[in-house]
Design a protein around this ligand. Sequence first.
Ligand code: BG6
Length: 488
Amino acid sequence: MHKVTIENHKNMQESFSLIIFGATGNLAQLKLIPALYDLVEANLLPEKMSIIGIGRKELSHEEFRAYSNDVLHKPNRHHQHPIKDEVAKNLLDRMLYVSGDIAQRELYDKLANLTKENESCSNRMFYLATYPELYPTVFNHLQESGLNNQDCGYVRVIVEKPIGSDLPSAQKLNQLLASYYKEDQIFRLDHYLGRETLQNLLTFRFANNLFEPLINKDNIDHIQITAAEDFGIGMRGGYYDSVGALKDVGQNHILQMIALATMEAPKSFDNLSVTNKRTELLKQLVPETDRLIFGQYEGYLNEKDVAKDSKNDTFFAFRTQINNERFKGVPIYVRAGKLLPRMVTEIAIVFKNEAKHLFSNVVGGDDPNMLIYRIQPNEGIVFRFSSKIPGPEFKIQNEYMQYCYKHTAATLPDPYLRLLNDALRGDQTFFVDAEEVEAQWQFIDPLIAERKELFSYKPGSWGPEQANEIIEKDGRKWIEPSIGFCSF
Ligand code: BG6
C-alpha cells in the first residue's frame, strides 16, 4: 500500500483545475456541483481554482454556468439548504466547459489548450463521473495529450465506485490505473467513507474507553445492519440493471460500515494505518453462501431501461462472520434494498443478555442492551438499556441514551464535500486503495455467484419473507429500526 501524507496548505495558493468528465450527468447534478457550492461557501477551494466540465452536450462556458446554476436551484434531497447568490456566483465564475466525444483525441487537445490558456502551470484533478468502460480511453488520451504530465503541478484522478464488477475486472482496472498513475494519485471514492456518521465510529470507538472493551465475542450476541431506501431506481435503470443492489451498495457502502464498526484500532490516525486496518478486517469476512437471499420489487421490470426479463436484485440479505479471535462466532446480519418501508441506515450492536439474571422474570426485563449507530436520517448514537418504570409496581421498560448530531451541529457536511476537500489536500485516509477494493470483491464474488433465485417483494415491505429465515434460523429477529430517535 502506497499512500501520501496530507499536504500543507501551500497548494491552496497554487492554481488548480478540477476537470469533471460527465459534468452534465446524474452524479454531477446531484452531488458534485452542490458539493462544490458547499466548498466555496466554506471557503475551502483554492483561490485560483477553475472547474472544467466535460460533456457531450454542445454548451458554451456561459451555458454551462447557467446549467449549473439551475442544478443548484433544483430540489435535491442531498442538498437542501438555501442557495446564496454571492456563493453561487463565486462558483459559477470558476466554471468552464469543453464539449466533445470522450473517445476522441480532439477533446483532450481542446482541454490541454484551455488549461494552458488558463494557467501555464497548474495542478490537475480529473474526476471521472462517467461510465467505467470509458476509463481506458480517457486515461490513454490524457496520457497522449500530455495532460497526465506532472512536470509542473500534480495530477490526481478520482474514480467512483463501483471499481470493476468483480475481482478480475477490479484487478484489471487497478492494473490499468497503475500503468498511468501512482497509487498516491488515485482516489477511489466511496461516498460512505466521507459520511461524518461513519467517520465518527472511529472517534466514538477509539477516543472513548467505555464501549470498545465490550465490543467482542464475549459480550456481543450479534450485529445487524439495515440500509433501507423508500424509493426505487428512478431514472437510473440503465446503470442499476447492470449491477443490482449487492454490487451497487453491498460491495462498498455496507462493507465499509462493517469495517468501521469492527476493525481493530489503527496505530495512528493516518491514511496508511486506517486503510490497513479496514482492509485487514475486510479480508477476515467470511462469505456464507447458504445464508443469503436476493429480492426484486414488484414492478421493477416496468422501470425505464430495465430488461423485461431482468434477474437483477433490488434487495439482498445475508449473514456473515468475522474470522478473527475477537469476533469469532458473532453473526452479522445485513439487509438492504430499494422500495422498503422507510429510508434508514443503521448499525445495531446487540449485546448478550445473561440467560438468567435478577430481573429476567419481570415483564420487559429480558431485553438486551443495544448500541445503535444511526447513519441516516436523524443521525445519532443511541444506547438502549432497561430501566424501572417509575411507580409502585415493579415493571421494566427500554430507555435510550442518545447523542443526536442535530443538537450540536447545524448541518452535517455532505460526504462529497468532505471527500473532494480531502482529495484537494491529498489525504487518502477515507479513499479505498487497490488492495482494499480487491478484498471487497473477494468477499462479494462468491455471494454474487449464488444469485440464481430471486424472490419478489411488495413495495413498502421489508423485502421478501425469505429474508426473515436468514436471521430466524438462529433464533433471532430483525430489529424494526425506529427513526423516532433524534427526530426532534
Ligand atoms: C449510491 C448507490 O452509491 O448510494 C445508490 O448507487 C444509493 O443506489 C446510494 O441510493 C445511497 O447513498 P445515500 O448517500 O443516498 O445513502
